[in-house]
Design a protein around this ligand. Structure first.
Ligand code: ATP
Ligand code: MG
Ligand code: MG
Ligand code: MG
Length: 439
């Protein structure tokens, strides 16, 4: 992509109303634009990041055997009357009436709708287990939308639902979700800690939230330092191996880790003092097992092995896809701007031409661009006629992992400069060597 043909409306001024780094940087880097409180347009750069996060979430869910689909944003109120949540959900639910006077709502979550789909199509225990998920916009009329996309009113969420014949099978689904979530966050290069949580309005017994440690997080968290050192790394995960999944979940849930809602000071203080940590965290996901709550209320039964109808055991599992864009920036930025991890970066490499219009520099940059594209990479070539300083500032702000700079002096000797965004270190090398390093 050439910047001269792109739409990257970077801001020079720091937006006054943005209180946290990720919100400021998303606005300054031209990633998002607010349309009304808590509702945002995703401009081209932000859209690329959102889609990259979404792709990783999809890949990890499908690796775990979960099936993608898509449900609508608007739902009929009647489904929520069946589960008794229409009134219970309160003012966070955006209620709409259509021209025929039918009550609708903009879905804040999809337990009712998926249960309705399930009961219409599944009749026998032989069709289980089943885990369906989608990634779709949700709406919650938050009292205090703030921090940009971190607490929006309209937000993008992955929500998955498992249907199983027994509690035991549903707990296997729970474990699959916990492990696939851990993998997802690791691929995003985020440290997200599973913490025992409170079930809230969805209701249920077993639930964990995943929290990214950050000073600007809205939750207060308490944990054993030992949990922060855990990592799946390159472990080969077999999602068919229940015992292995259970072992991973036990490893990650054994150390103390709770939010203020479930915090137990006595248990926490029983830890050796040097391992006690308290900090703040951003909730980037949550998994629930809630048994037959919805299947009882909505009549989602299957015929069991003995021919008798049994309500299915369910769970629901969410990842805040749009919130993750903000959380990633909270976790990875510096005074100059964003520092994207490789997996989600909107472009792999920036190309800066120090003398636009100079035949040699233009040719070198075109060669770098073509070389990167030939390697399957997506470069962003800053080909506008701007000062070097301004070009560097834009590249640093938008946070691409690599920058290749071509100037008249180096190009004469066949050299360009490769700079790492994270370390800030630069090295002179040939065009071919720079492309090799980035690829
Ligand atoms: P919170 O405690 O932050 O209000 P929640 O517990 O109400 O979140 P869940 O119902 O667990 O949210 O939804 C799953 C995920 O969706 C959350 O873990 C979070 O990452 C994301 N999410 C929830 N509300 C919002 C929001 N208003 N804006 C952006 N993402 C959100
Ligand atoms: Mg909430
Ligand atoms: Mg919460
Ligand atoms: Mg939650």
């Amino acid at each position: 992509m050439r910047l001269s043909r792109y739409f990257l409306p970077v801001l020079k001024e720091t937006p006054a109303d943005a209180q946290i780094a990720s919100h400021r940087l998303m606005l300054r880097a031209g990633m998002i634009k607010q349309s009304s409180a808590g509702i945002y347009s995703w401009l081209p750069l932000g859209f690329r990041v959102l889609k990259n996060i979404e792709r990783i979430v999809h890949e990890e869910q499908q690796r775990a055997g979960h099936i993608p689909m898509l449900m609508p944003t608007l739902q009929p109120a009647d489904l929520w009357r069946e589960s008794d949540r229409y009134d219970a959900y309160g003012p966070e639910m955006l209620r709409i009436r259509d021209r025929h006077g039918r009550d609708m709502l903009y879905g804040p979550t999809n337990e009712e709708m998926i249960t309705d789909i399930f009961r219409a199509h599944v009749g026998s225990y032989r069709e289980l287990p089943l885990t369906l998920y989608h990634i779709q916009w949700k709406f919650r009329d938050e009292v205090r939308p703030r921090f940009g996309v971190m607490r929006g009113r309209e937000f993008y969420m992955k929500d998955g639902y498992n249907f199983d014949i027994s509690r035991e099978d549903a707990m296997y689904a729970y474990d699959r979700h916990m492990v696939s979530y851990l993998r997802t966050y690791e691929r995003l290069e985020l440290k997200a800690i599973p913490m025992r949580a409170d079930s809230g309005p969805i209701g249920g017994d077993d639930t964990h939230e995943f929290l990214v440690l950050a000073e600007t997080g809205e939750s207060e968290v308490f944990y054993d330092a030992a949990i922060a050192d855990l990592s799946l790394g390159s472990r080969d995960i077999d999602y068919d191996d229940r015992a292995a999944l259970r072992a991973i979940c036990e490893e990650w849930t054994a150390p103390y880790a709770r939010t203020d809602e479930t915090h137990d000071p006595a248990l926490f203080e029983a830890l050796p003092e040097d391992r006690r940590r308290s900090s703040r965290g951003i909730e980037v996901g949550q998994i629930f097992y809630f048994g037959t709550k919805y299947s009882d209320a909505m009549g989602a039964t299957v015929q069991g092995p003995d021919g008798k109808p049994v309500p299915v055991h369910m769970g629901s599992h969410g990842i805040g896809v749009s919130r993750l864009a903000g959380a990633l920036i909270e976790a990875s930025h510096d005074e100059k701007g964003i520092v994207w991890p490789e997996g989600v970066t909107p472009f792999h490499c920036g190309i800066v031409n120090l003398r636009q219009g100079d035949t040699d520099c233009d040719a070198a940059c075109a060669q770098i661009e073509a070389g990167l594209i030939a390697r399957g990479l997506d470069p962003l070539y800053h080909d506008r006629d701007e000062r070097a300083g301004a070009k560097f500032a834009t590249m640093d702000l938008i946070g691409l992992p690599w920058r290749i700079t071509a100037g008249p002096r180096g190009v004469k000797e066949g050299k360009v400069e490769l700079t790492s965004r994270r370390s800030g270190e630069s090295e002179e090398m040939t065009v071919a060597a720079a492309i090799d390093r980035v690829a």
